[in-house]
Design a protein around this ligand. Structure first.
Ligand code: NDP
Length: 330
């Protein structure tokens, strides 16, 4: 047996976690030979609900699940964590400005990053799901100076999965034939699903879907607004598909990325090969050798259309960064 992996999860009594925790415990994410310990962070609000979550996990008799710990103090819950899945965040309420949300959630991420810096494993990896996730991750890395910056991720895999779905539907092909499909930028409506480099059945998308107007004017907003469209129909934000995309994200880091393919994750732009502002958390095409680490792919073709779109998302993230300057030390 491998050494037990300690996985801390925040917002553990929330909707996304309600799907994700069971996937983690089953072994379908980190492998069927990888024992795990779940360290769940709640709050006074969720203390009792969290006990219910633990009861369901226990009753599922997962052989790989060695222990479930519960707590409301991040310094206790993040102790020795190998992974921190940071899902908990205050949802945007009616009439709330994006700036207010950035500030409230920024404070949560500042505090949690300080705790991770003190007590987590020195190679702990962090995946921020709670919105606004790119900027929360930027705040996180600035407040955890002893942890590697490159270990911070913000989730854009759901956006990638949505983009693949739309391309496959339009081309009349199965999802698995869509490869090399990156999301650039912010996990917001300025995100850029990249059909320029994406492939269907090994061919560049524009050679398969010849309807350029659809690609530029319908595909892009459809993917970017998918979350909002789902809330209108379902009355709540995507939970199951988000959990699936978190699992996909994690699996991609522990599986060698096939040649001519990529996965999307929002990571530090420091030293990036595309001339993007080097002090942001930005979604880019990445590949992994399967050891949990990644590299940004440096040979994606950036045509004028893509360059302009990437600039828009970069500008939005720069504005978000300006709003939370007080939470970014140094
Ligand atoms: P829920 O509302 O079900 O759960 C969120 C959890 O956040 C709550 O259980 C709560 O847990 C915690 N929380 C932390 N601070 C506050 C606060 N001030 N007020 C209220 N709750 C708080 O949300 P979901 O699980 O559906 O979504 C979690 C996050 O993921 C959201 O920010 C959402 O926008 C984001 N998201 C991101 C996606 C992405 O692709 N990046 C996709 C979909 C959602 P506790 O009381 O234990 O602290």
């Amino acid at each position: 047996w491998k050494k037990t992996m300690k996985v801390a999860v925040t917002g553990a009594a929330g909707q996304i976690s309600n799907h994700l925790l069971f996937m983690l415990a089953s072994g379908e994410v980190f492998g069927r030979d990888q024992p795990i310990q779940l360290q769940l962070l709640g709050s006074e609000r969720s203390r009792v609900a969290l006990e219910g979550v633990a009861m369901e996990l226990e009753d599922s008799l997962y052989p790989l699940l060695r222990e479930v710990q519960l707590g409301i103090d991040p310094r206790q819950v993040f102790a020795d964590a190998d992974w921190a899945l940071l899902i908990g965040a205050k949802p945007r309420g009616p009439g709330m400005e994006r700036k207010d949300l950035l500030d409230i959630n920024g404070q949560i991420f500042q505090e949690q990053a300080q705790a991770l810096n003190e007590v987590a494993s020195r190679d702990c990896k962090m995946l921020v799901v709670g919105n606004p996730c790119n900027t929360n991750a930027l705040i996180g890395m600035a407040n955890a100076p002893d942890l590697p910056k490159r270990n911070w991720h913000a989730l854009t895999r759901l956006d990638e999965n949505r983009a693949k779905c739309q391309l496959a539907l339009k081309a009349g092909k199965f999802y698995t034939s869509v490869t090399n499909c990156a999301i650039w930028g912010n996990h917001s409506t300025t995100q850029v699903p990249d059909f320029v480099n994406a492939k269907i059945g090994g061919k560049r998308v524009p050679a398969v879907i010849k309807d350029t107007a659809w690609l530029k004017e319908e595909f892009t907003p459809k993917v970017a607004n998918r979350g909002g469209a789902l809330i209108k129909k379902w009355g709540r934000s995507s939970a199951a598909s988000t959990a699936v995309s978190v699992a996909d994200h994690l699996r991609s880091l522990y599986t060698p990325t096939p040649m001519n393919d990529c996965f999307s994750t929002a990571v530090s732009t420091e030293g990036n090969p595309y001339g993007i502002d080097e002090d942001l958390v930005f979604s880019m095409p990445c590949r992994s050798t399967g050891d949990g680490d990644y590299e940004v792919i440096d040979d994606f073709v950036i045509d004028d259309w893509l360059a302009a779109k990437i600039k828009e998302s970069e500008a939005e993230l720069q504005k978000e960064r300006d709003c939370v300057g007080h939470l970014i030390p140094g």
